[in-house]
Design a protein. Sequence first.
Length: 317
Amino acid sequence: MRQFLDFEKPVAELESKIEELRRMTQPGEINIADEVARLSAKADSQLKSIYARLTPWQKTQVARHAERPKAASVIAALITEFTPLAGDRAFADDAAIIGGMGRFRDQAVMVIGTEKGTDTESRIKHNFGMAKPDGYRKARRLMELAGRFNLPILTFVDTSGAFPGIEAEARGQAEAIARGIEGCLSAPVPLVATIIGEGGSGGAIALAAGNAVLMFEHAIYSVISPEGCASILWRDAAQAPVAAEAMRITAQDLKKLGLIDEIVHEPLGGAHRDPEAALAALGDAIAQQLAPLKGLTPESLKARRRDKFLAMGKLGL
């Protein structure tokens, strides 16, 4: 059964009526096709109206939707002959970050993603997408491996942030994230990053400092979660909607600010309503961004990446 967000209540009621009509009608009874078609059209109209004016906080809820495609689903849809690689060769294998080699439209690539999981068991296994130092060191190892074998790197980010536990800090969380960012910036191969859900803080940018940064239409990308920001500024997490508005966390705001390169449009109602169409659009966008990068030299790729991020925040004075 589809999960509806709070602001989708009018649509939920209409779709519930449609399902009820279909269940109640027996073969040979009155034809309800016209009524179902009328209600379906009304539901689509409501959905279009709602999604045309989503607030940043509502987009945050869409980005966190439990049924939204996760990194593993993206990899399964876009990458063939995928061979997972595990471990940071220092401490452990962090399941919050998955990665390995495969083929994207017949091009050999290295793929890295933050995985949240899809049910209780897998969410616990993947630590809800919150990576520890071992995960970021694994990601850096895979980036170095990609450079050695001249493989373009594709990353898929969906995390509320790096794991904040004391054991992560004890094993050098900040240093591991910094090394991850350094790994992105120093990779001698093309790197295309996509924010597919949440892009939270350094836990996201450790995988997202790419030549091209894409975002799904209803994804979010920020230095801190709206709840975290509200707790710091107002000492009240209930102010999260206000914080979300102030932080400019949506793909549309970030594109205007020049912090991302392309917005990947989602099916009406979000990627979770039609994952196949959403991932097909993402594949096309990645291919389009990757094509002009393939012919560049390692020095040019690194210089472009460096200049891109150094230019962020300049006032043009």
